[in-house]
Structure formats: structure tokens, C-alpha cells
Design a binder for this molecule. Structure first.
Ligand SMILES: NC(=O)c1ccc[n+]([C@@H]2O[C@H](COP(=O)([O-])OP(=O)(O)OC[C@H]3O[C@@H](n4cnc5c(N)ncnc54)[C@H](OP(=O)(O)O)[C@@H]3O)[C@@H](O)[C@H]2O)c1
Length: 318
């Protein structure tokens, strides 16, 4: 069972969430039910992933056939960048809730700070329009706050925001962002952004925490800048052997021990189980330092698609 962390609004979230992007479509429902049986209590999805409907169906069926209650399972979803105008945010969440068969989500995140031209429909399969749109992030945030006042989101936050963008919304926020979900792993440990988030009491949640070993990315959207595989790295493998754990567990333990929440994706039952079992051991300072030395400052997700967007988050600030 995952350990919990308390957000700046007092709500608690499990420190491990199951990542659901790239879980193969045919395995999705069975994987969600299996995850809940194993003890996962936090599922991470997004409108973009096109899997909210399948997750909603699996969750509903599981809740109806077990003693588990809705309140025990946390669901994160994310605002698609085509719905960042203030007037579009609430209806976009309503659509996600409809697909998820829920009347609230536990965590609602702005997926990226880069608004795209508004769509007037909600496609089942998302193909992003490339047309950029200028939307003041404070306008989007104000509409995110409304979703809390309406009782449709228990907590709100952001994803892929840099320090400047966080400060920009925090300065006027009536509800502070609870979470910033960003890429973080041993190669790209986000030290500066993490310190900044801690100073603002914003929880950093790491996506790609294993270094996305199988993700090759499309050259257009996410040019993958490094091809190394962290789960096979000799330093990680040595530490794994020493603690009698798997390399994946060492990578995740390193991040949770630094105080991050993590979102590992797996559809393999053994690996799903091991990714939850990271709370009964701790790494020594010396081993944490060895992992620190793997930092090469190279992102795997550069969101090349948004490179020329005025709010592209990864240029000069952390
Ligand atoms: N906010 C954002 O912009 C954003 C961007 C990207 C991702 N995300 C979220 O973060 C989640 C995870 O990201 P990700 O899938 O890119 O990266 P990841 O979790 O670092 O890596 C997933 C890969 O590692 C494998 N794996 C899982 N557990 C393992 C273990 N213990 N040992 C060895 N290999 C293991 C998985 O294969 P098997 O399935 O075969 O185990 C899969 O190929 C996504 O599903 C999504 O929910 C968010």
C-alpha cells in the first residue's frame, strides 16, 4: 500500500500513483482493476491520453464488485491545452468527469502551460491542433479555482510549469497550486525546481520516474535526447543488488526519499507490485549520493511541439 503525503490544502494523496499513459488499450481495464486489487489508490490520467472512459468503466465496475469506496481511490486528470481559456476550463472538466463516470476528481492539473487554439468539440481520440493561442495563465488558474468551489476538483495544480510560471499564478491565486507534475528521475532530478516548490509548499510529483525506459518518442513532439536505460545502469544495478531490491525500486525509492511523489507506469503485474513496495527500506546517504552523480541534466521530454510557444517552459528558467 502506498504511503500518503499531505498537500498544502490539507488533502492527502498516495505518494505513488499509477501512470496510465501508454498502457496498451486492450490491457487498460484489466490493469486498472488489478492495480486497485494490489493496493494502488491513485490513478493518473489526462484528457490527452484518451483513456478516461476506459478507466472510468473499470473503476466503476471495481467499486461495484468490492468493498472499496470512491473516497479511497484518488483520481488525477489534466486539462487539455485546447481548453485553457477561462470559459473552457469548467466544461472540459465536466467532459472528463463524464468519461470517468465521476462527480469529482481528486486532483485536476493544467497539463502544460502552453495554450492551443480552442476546440468546440471533445474528440475521443485527441490529435492536437498546432495552432498556438495566447491565454493568460492567471485566467486559466482562476477557472481552475472555480472547479474547486463547484466541488468538482478536490485539489488543483499544474504540470510542466517552470518557476516563473508558478510565481506568476501564485502571486494572485486564491487557491495555491498543490502540485507541479514534471519529469524527474536520476538523470534529471530537478534539484532547483524541487527546492523552489518546497519553498512554496507545492508538492513536486515526478513523471517518468524510471526514466521512461521504453519511450522512444516521436521526433516531432518529444525528441528523446538520451537513449540510456536507467533500469539497466550499472550504478543502479549494484545498489539494487546490495539492498536485494530491483533497479526500478531503487530509482523510485530515491525520489520518494527526496520527498517527491512518483507516477510510474507499468502494465506488467510483477513490476506494478514492485513499484508499490518502496516504503519498507531506505537508501543510505552514500547510496543517495551515488545516484546524485548520475544527474546529467538531460530531459527525455522536451515537448518540441511547443518550442516556439511564448509559454514554452523549458528554455532558460528551471
Ligand atoms: N504530465 C505530463 O506531461 C506527463 C508526461 C509523461 C508521462 N506522464 C505520466 O507519468 C507516467 C509515467 O511516465 P512514463 O511511462 O513515461 O515513464 P516511467 O514510468 O518512468 O517508465 C515506464 C516504463 O518503464 C517500465 N517499467 C515500469 N516499472 C518498471 C520496473 N520496476 N522495472 C523496469 N521497468 C519498469 C514500463 O514497462 P511495463 O509497463 O512493461 O512494466 C514502461 O515501459 C505516465 O504513464 C503518465 O501517467 C505525465
Amino acid at each position: 500500500m502506498a504511503d500518503y503525503i499531505t498537500l498544502n490544502n490539507g488533502n492527502r494523496i498516495p505518494q505513488v500513483a499509477l501512470g496510465t499513459s501508454r498502457i496498451s488499450h486492450e490491457k487498460l481495464e484489466v490493469t486498472i482493476k488489478r492495480a486497485l486489487e494490489m493496493g494502488y489508490r491513485h490513478l493518473d490520467t489526462a484528457f490527452l491520453y484518451g483513456n478516461e472512459a476506459a478507466i472510468g468503466k473499470a473503476l466503476q465496475e471495481h467499486l461495484e464488485s468490492t468493498t472499496l469506496s470512491r473516497q479511497e481511490v484518488l483520481i488525477t486528470t489534466k486539462l487539455y491545452p485546447n481548453f485553457m481559456k477561462g470559459s473552457a476550463v469548467g466544461p472540459a472538466l465536466d467532459e472528463s468527469l463524464r468519461r470517468l463516470r465521476l462527480n469529482y476528481v481528486d486532483l485536476f492539473l493544467i497539463h502544460v502551460p502552453c495554450a492551443l487554439k480552442e476546440m468546440d468539440t471533445y474528440p475521443e481520440k485527441v490529435t492536437q491542433s498546432r495552432e498556438f493561442m495566447s491565454v493568460d495563465l492567471r485566467e486559466t488558474w482562476k477557472a481552475m479555482e472555480e472547479t474547486v468551489y463547484m466541488g468538482k476538483a478536490r485539489s488543483i495544480g499544474v504540470s510542466n510549469f517552470n518557476t516563473k510560471q508558478l510565481d506568476y499564478i501564485c502571486e494572485v491565486a486564491r487557491i495555491q497550486p498543490t502540485v507541479n507534475q514534471v519529469e524527474a528521475h536520476a538523470r534529471f532530478p530537478q534539484k532547483k525546481l524541487h527546492e523552489f516548490c518546497k519553498s512554496r509548499n507545492i508538492q513536486l510529483q515526478a513523471f517518468g520516474p524510471l526514466g521512461s525506459p521504453c519511450f522512444t518518442g516521436s521526433t516531432e513532439i518529444n525528441r528523446v535526447q538520451s537513449s540510456d536505460n536507467l533500469v539497466e545502469h550499472p550504478v543502479i544495478m549494484d545498489i539494487a543488488e546490495k539492498y536485494k531490491r530491483t533497479p526500478g525500486q531503487i530509482l523510485l525509492r530515491n525520489l520518494v526519499q527526496r520527498g517527491m511523489a512518483v507516477v510510474p507506469k507499468s502494465e506488467n503485474p510483477e513490476r506494478m507490485k514492485e513499484n508499490l513496495q518502496i516504503f519498507s527500506f531506505s537508501l543510505s546517504d552514500a547510496d543517495m549520493n551515488k545516484i546524485d552523480e548520475l544527474d546529467n541534466g538531460v530531459r527525455r521530454f522536451v515537448f518540441l511541439w511547443y518550442k516556439d510557444h511564448p509559454e514554452y517552459p523549458f528554455d532558460d528558467v528551471c
